[in-house]
Ligand binder design. Structure first.
Ligand code: NAI
Ligand code: OAA
Length: 373
């Protein structure tokens, strides 16, 4: 399978590309990424010449080769390469010169497990990957989007591991835990309810609901108070919606009955995120905005990640990692929409928030303790 990576290409490395999420996400990206690039005669020629390359890596050699070959027949200009441990320098070749690393590598849940039960196995994968990223990547520019669970613990672990190798880098501003599926679910479940319960006339406009906190159980804080139809929702309906978003992952694990967890909806959520980061990294946008689980503290510099962290951290009882709306430029997180905490409804702030924070803090400590070993 030929691959043409020129030095101007945006290179996206996908680690765990042959898995359930990886395959579906790669399909969406191969089919859609080129639509970001302006393609009409009036466009800046520099923009028209932009090129996107996807480097697929998985420890499952045959599967990743098959997936990449299969995708390479899709008629878009996005190029592909396939890498595995069977190649002499598989992971190195996938990571070298990359701009964006997307990580859906790791074990998914089976019924009866929590995301935290995945920690030990997936921590080994993520710390090994972090060591390779530290060895081969340009720490001053790469972005990392981490999907593997448990996100709440693996983000601190990955950050610390990279800071350990590169103590003066500001990489923690560019590592994002992907919690977009919670936002996708909140929108879907509210839209469904408003139709089934006859709250609103059927509409094809999907509501946008911010979901903050973490990515497991009641660390997930969906802010339905921000919905336009919130005044029309009863307490019981709000309680139902919150519970459904917090247990959305369990719903899929149960339905799959031992065959894994959410893959297709997660692939769609990740695709939305990767499209946004690609537009930033191609230079098509100067800044992007979105909710990610981020470090609020630069452990390498022992200072807040940006000045807004100084305001946010006390509002969330000293917690140093949180999913929160952030503004991101090519250097990483530069502003935080901390006002979202101040604007929470009373019950969200007095009940959902403290419950989430105490669990996130424990999850963070799990990740940090592993990184100190
Ligand atoms: N952040 C989120 O909202 C969500 C996260 N997840 C998490 O995503 C992860 C992946 O889920 P699935 O794709 O369903 O699992 P999967 O088992 O289908 O795929 C995982 C892939 O990772 C590969 N892999 C394992 N070790 C690797 C390594 N060291 N380097 C590269 N590749 C490696 C496997 O060979 C496999 O192809 C799980 O940890 C799951 O819990 C799942 C859904 C939502
Ligand atoms: O529930 C799981 O294990 C996978 C996941 O994170 C989700 O679907 O939100």
């Amino acid at each position: 399978m030929p691959s043409f990576v020129d030095s101007n290409a945006l290179k996206i490395s996908i680690i765990g590309a042959a898995g359930g999420i990886g395959q579906a996400m790669c399909l969406l990206l191969k089919a859609q990424l080129h639509t970001l690039i302006p393609n009409d005669a009036n466009s800046d020629p520099k923009e028209m010449n932009m090129h996107i390359h996807m480097a697929l890596y998985d420890v499952n050699n045959d599967a990743v080769r098959g997936v990449a070959t299969d995708l390479s027949h899709i008629d878009t200009p996005v190029t592909l390469s396939s890498h595995s441990p069977n190649d002499a320098e598989g992971l190195r070749d996938c990571l070298i010169d990359t701009d964006l690393i997307v990580v859906p590598a790791g074990f998914p849940r089976k019924p009866g497990m929590t995301r935290d039960d995945l920690f030990i196995k997936n921590a080994e994968i993520i710390s090994g990957l972090a060591d390779n990223i530290a060895a081969y990547c340009d720490m001053s520019k790469i972005f990392i989007l981490l999907i593997s669970n448990p996100v709440n613990s693996l983000i601190p672990l990955m950050g610390q591991r990279l800071v350990h190798h590169h103590p003066s880098s500001d990489i923690e501003r560019r590592i994002m835990g992907v919690t977009k599926l919670d936002i996708v679910r909140a929108s879907t479940f509210l839209h469904q309810l408003s139709i089934t319960d006859g709250i609103e006339k059927r509409t094809n406009n999907m509501p946008e609901i911010p979901v903050i906190g973490g990515h497991s159980g009641d660390t997930i804080i969906p802010l339905f108070s921000r919905a336009k139809i919130y005044p029309k929702l009863s307490r019981a309906q709000i309680k139902y919606l919150i519970h459904r978003v917090q247990t959305g992952g369990d719903e899929v694990v149960k339905a799959k009955n031992g065959q894994g967890s959410a893959t297709l909806s997660m692939a769609l959520a990740a695709h939305k995120v990767v499209m946004k980061f690609s537009s930033l990294l191609l230079g098509l946008r100067k800044s992007i905005h979105g909710i990610y689980y981020v470090s609020l503290w630069s452990h390498s510099k022992n200072q807040p990640i940006c000045s807004d962290s100084n305001i946010l951290i006390p509002l969330i009882d000293g917690c140093k990692y949180f999913a929160i709306p952030v503004y991101i430029n090519k250097q990483g997180t530069y502003a935080i929409e901390y006002q979202i905490i101040e604007k929470m409804a009373d019950f969200e702030r007095s009940s959902l928030l403290p419950n989430s924070i105490s669990k996130i803090k424990a999850n963070i400590e799990t990740g940090l303790a592993y990184s100190r070993q």
